[in-house]
Design a protein around this ligand. Structure first.
Ligand SMILES: [Zn+2]
Length: 227
């Protein structure tokens, strides 16, 4: 190979490497994931999904975007940190004590925090936790609408996750989760266990979808009501 050809070859390799790696900065700020949280997670898998497994790992099939309503990262972290739901009453049959959380939180300035290993199950979306990675965005109220920086970080983070886990087929907003009730990925055993969600708003979800459209996520199923 002559010198010019070699140089061209190196340039192409460098260019392709740049294209395939999304530059991203993630700050690890781990919530407590001790033996107790592991046990509560395995119990949640058994009770809610009839998944009898000895691992808290998930195979990610979707990403769910949220907003916290909680106004700061610190308060969000505090809410997710404890393994147990606050005010949990263990004597109540069929009610899981596993605290809510999500794998990622994006602060208002766009800083991305990782709260637990990316493929550990977090409790953030009824029916789908066994296959969903959650991204929480700090804010979401009328006084604190989600920011442009959060939108850009969500695009970066979704790109990073899809490139790392090709098994991810869907990108949805939490408000769409019940659209999956008739989908094979839906595993919640109790038909009455639902909460109404409106996070994040449609405009935010659509902007993140537009920024990641090259990954060709599958379309979200239609809501039952829409049929
Ligand atoms: Zn949510």
């Amino acid at each position: 190979m002559n010198k010019n050809l070699l140089l061209l070859f190196l340039l192409i390799v460098t260019f392709n490497t740049c294209l395939s790696q999304t530059p991203i900065t993630i700050i690890d700020k781990a919530v407590v994931f001790d033996e107790h949280r592991k046990e509560l997670t395995l119990e949640y898998k058994r009770e809610r999904y009839h998944l009898h497994e000895d691992s808290v790992e998930i195979v990610p099939k979707m990403i769910v975007l949220h907003w916290t309503v909680i106004p700061t990262f610190e308060k969000t972290f505090d809410a997710f940190n404890s393994p147990e739901l606050p005010n949990w009453r263990p004597e109540l049959e069929g009610v899981s004590g596993l605290n809510v959380s999500s794998q990622f939180v994006v602060d208002r300035d766009g800083t991305i925090y990782r709260l637990m290993p990316e493929t550990y199950m977090a409790r953030h979306t009824i029916g789908l936790n066994h296959c969903a990675i959650g991204i929480e965005n700090v804010g979401g109220t009328k006084e604190l609408p989600l920011t442009e920086a959060q939108q850009q970080s969500n695009i970066q983070l979704v790109s990073y996750l899809k490139e790392k886990y090709p098994t991810i087929d869907y990108l949805i907003g939490h408000y769409q989760y019940t659209n999956f009730e008739d989908h094979p990925l839906w595993l919640e055993v109790n038909d009455a266990y639902r909460t109404v969600k409106d996070d994040p708003d449609e405009a935010f979800l659509e902007s993140v979808k537009a920024g990641t459209k090259q990954y060709n996520f599958k379309p979200t199923p239609f809501a039952k009501d829409a049929h």
